[in-house]
Ligand binder design. Structure first.
Ligand SMILES: Nc1ncnc2c1ncn2[C@@H]1O[C@H](COP(=O)(O)OP(=O)(O)OP(=O)(O)O)[C@@H](O)[C@H]1O
Length: 246
């Protein structure tokens, strides 16, 4: 198995406060890796370091083979990112968004044109191609945002609570896209508060008060905690948390 994310005792402190502490794990090529934790556990802090957006306080990590201390620009070029808050431009059409993000990722005009047509066709959203993003349904927006995040075929895509606010069926459809990307060899690193989504991941890490307290497949975690569902695993760990979310 090829390692695409490697972290070793990665820490981030704000003054005396250790927001993320001794984070150590490996994520493999094509894996769907769930990054779970209660509000305030430190997920965003850890993810920002892995995306090259924040320099660690101590420890080591490489992402797509690049060092989080010294090669943050290379990391940014080799990853995709999607969050609930920052994704598409609402006042641009679907095709204009693809053109814009394709350009940012350094794709050629011809490549953007070809891949845009292919994408709207594959997603079955040809009817939305020239509509402003703000006018299309949320579930489609999320699927489009994900497709934009992997438009440049990155090694890894980071998804920060990508499916907030949509129903379980739309979430399930979104996950079909995630599976397709993983099958193409794109590694998916995803945070979520939905435990049905946790079940879809290959492995899950659970963060409590800045530390990773459990890491395994959903099946093994349920066995380890002697429970039936990921909800119960999450509850068992999160109820011991000292920190309260913001
Ligand atoms: N720039 C900062 N300065 C000081 N404290 C911070 C800073 N950023 C985050 N923190 C603190 O670090 C802790 C972890 O925050 P973080 O946002 O990483 O949690 P999270 O697990 O992503 O939570 P959520 O699910 O609510 O997004 C919180 O207590 C937060 O207040």
């Amino acid at each position: 198995m090829q390692t695409v994310i490697h972290t070793e005792n990665l820490c981030k402190a704000f003054g005396d406060f250790k927001a993320a502490y001794n984070i150590s794990f490996e994520v493999y090529k094509g894996e769907i890796f769930g990054f779970l934790g209660a509000n305030g556990a430190g997920k965003t802090t850890a993810m920002k370091m892995l995306c090259g957006l924040s320099i660690p306080s101590s420890g080591k990590a490489t992402v797509a083979g690049f060092d989080v201390w010294t090669q943050t620009e290379e990391i940014k070029r080799n990853i995709g990112y999607m969050s609930q808050k920052f994704s598409l431009y609402e006042d641009l059409t679907v095709l204009e968004n693809l053109k814009f993000f394709g350009g940012i990722y350094g794709m050629s005009r011809a490549e953007i044109k070809e891949k845009s047509q292919q994408l709207v066709h594959e997603l079955g959203i040809s009817q939305f191609a020239n509509r402003l993003v703000k006018s299309i349904p949320l579930g489609w927006k999320q699927k489009l945002a994900f497709s934009v995040a992997i438009f440049h075929n990155p090694a890894i895509v980071f998804l920060d609570e990508p499916t907030g606010g949509v129903d379980p069926i739309t979430r399930r459809q979104f996950w079909d896209l995630i599976y397709q990307a993983a099958a193409r060899g794109i590694t998916v690193f995803v945070t979520t508060h939905y435990m049905d989504e946790a079940e879809y991941c290959d492995r899950i890490s659970m963060m409590v008060d800045g530390e990773i307290k459990a890491l395994d497949t959903p099946e093994n975690l349920k066995k380890q905690f002697g429970v039936e569902t990921m909800d119960e695993v999450f509850y068992e760990l999160a109820r011991k948390a000292q920190r309260k979310g913001d």
